[in-house]
Design a protein around this ligand. Structure first.
Ligand code: F0G
Length: 469
């Protein structure tokens, strides 16, 4: 594989400064062939002339009859300029909402008007993954791929499946851990017609297998090791800024699983800062579930840092060996982030450095209580997404976030993705509660909204409404 000095304005580049090998955009790579590290899509901004003001993007709304300007990803094409316009794939992703939520804000401990929820559940497949999938599909179209695969805890697979179904550009093959994804997500993959391979194992196993199989069969891999995925996910931050009238918030709080989002957000801010579109970078908080807390363990407890790209990754290798020896698998009700070997660990460490970040872990109880509050606040989300709100609450109680800060929590997935967790939290059926939640150490449902059971009789119904209504 040729390692050449790039003359193109967009190219792929190894994230390790010591290697810094570059590769052409039309190469299909998920790691650096020279050193094995992750790759970035990199731009020569001096030759690209990005917009002088973020307001330029707002003007595109007036042209939203054009699908590219309608897309919440491709409206920002100048910030991910790796593809010509005619190759862009869009199914209308990124029509999302940034909502100020005083209800959730008061639960977290914020002053009114200071907590915002970025609701990515409004994407076509119900999660933030569509931002990245439209970018990966665009690259796949550029290089003429006919089959695409991913390992998934359910949302990447739903996203891949819907892009295949709508565009008919590729056949989708998804790898999932058997019994490891919620029914909402599994039903999407089946309904959209993807070839669904259930592996006897968990996400980490599925990820290892899909990498081998894609290489063996030459299938285009759309997991977030694919650097083009993250280009699409950067746009979540552009939309957050757009909704805040281009004012940079103090904090972005995001759940951490495979660490693609946090990595993409760090890249988005680093680039905007580099080209002069912002003069300040917000702080980033990445929140693990306590049952899948590799980043927390390595960053918070074992001092792993990016250090300008000179990180010694031995602590990560030692930690993975420990996990293997103890046969410890990731385990959380937030199944979307039930991951012990996050593939974007290095990029996330870099993002934490760029954004002066922090990492926290939250318990199952904290996740579910936060999720109930998000629901009561009107948007609703799946358990993994609520980790961001639970994490913000923790950081406030520690005094790391101030009540007067402006905080944006990313709600990564729609409420209907995982009804099992929601129904079990609100149930009056002790057996169901114990089975789904009690078994995971959840002891109470402080914010439960319990259904009232009545006979099929007018007087009982009227009594119930008068008692509780
Ligand atoms: N929230 C939701 C709803 C997710 O589906 C995921 C990841 C994350 C958070 C974590 O994001 O990986 O960028 O740190 N889901 C992947 C999947 C792993 O297969 O759908 P991350």
């Amino acid at each position: 594989m040729a390692v050449a000095i790039q003359t193109e304005v967009a190219f792929q580049k190894c994230i390790s400064p010591a290697c810094a090998a570059t590769y052409a955009i039309d190469q299909v790579l998920t790691s650096c062939p020279a050193c094995g590290n992750l790759l970035d899509v990199t731009y020569d901004w001096d030759r690209l002339s990005p917009p002088a003001s973020l307001k330029t993007f707002e003007e595109k709304w007036q042209r939203r009859h054009d699908p590219i300007d309608f897309s919440g990803v491709w409206r920002f094409h100048e910030m991910l300029p790796f593809a010509p316009r005619e190759k862009v794939v869009t199914i209308g992703e990124g029509q999302t909402l940034l909502a100020a939520s005083d209800g959730v804000g008061s639960f977290v401990g914020m002053r009114p008007g200071n907590l915002f929820l970025e609701y990515e559940g409004l994407n076509p497949s119900g999660s933030f993954k569509d931002n990245g999938m439209s970018a990966a599909f665009t690259h796949a179209r550029m290089i003429g791929a006919r089959r695409a695969a991913c390992a998934s805890t359910g949302n990447t697979s739903a996203s891949l499946a819907v892009y295949c179904a709508v565009t008919r550009l590729m056949r989708g093959i998804i790898f999932i851990g058997s019994g490891k994804i919620s029914y909402g997500k599994l039903s999407q993959a089946l309904d959209y017609g993807a070839l669904t391979i259930q592996i006897a194992g968990d996400f980490d196993d599925a990820m290892a297998r899909v990498k081998e199989v894609s290489k063996e069969l030459g299938i285009y891999l759309v997991n977030s090791v694919n650097p083009f995925r993250l280009e699409g996910q950067k746009t979540i931050m552009y939309r957050v800024l757009e909704s805040l009238r281009w004012e940079v918030p103090d904090w972005i709080v995001v759940p951490g699983g495979n660490l693609g989002n946090s990595s993409a957000f760090g890249k988005a801010f680093a680039e905007m800062y580099e080209v002069g579109l912002i003069d300040r970078i917000p702080r980033l908080a990445v929140i693990n579930a306590a049952g899948a807390n590799t980043l927390y363990e390595l960053y918070h407890n074992r001092g792993l840092r990016w250090k300008g790209g000179t990180a010694d990754l031995t602590p990560a290798c030692l930690y993975y060996d420990e996990l293997d020896q103890k046969e410890q698998r990731a385990n959380t009700i937030a199944s979307a982030i039930e991951i012990n070997r996050p593939v974007n660990l290095n990029k996330c460490l870099r993002a934490l450095e760029v954004c002066d970040g922090v990492v926290r872990q939250v318990t199952e109880q904290e996740i579910l209580d936060a999720k109930a509050q998000v629901g009561a606040g009107g948007l609703g989300c799946e358990p993994a997404s609520a980790a961001s709100v639970a994490g913000a609450k923790k950081l406030l109680s520690e005094g790391v976030i101030a009540p007067s800060d402006r905080v944006v929590c990313i709600l990564t997935g729609h409420q209907l993705k995982d009804p099992t967790a929601t129904v079990a939290y609100h149930t009056t059926d002790q057996k169901l509660f114990n089975e789904v939640l009690g078994s995971r150490g959840v002891s109470r449902a402080s914010f439960a909204n319990r259904a009232v059971s009545v006979g099929n009789r007018m007087d009982e119904i009227v009594q119930a409404i008068e008692l509780y209504g």
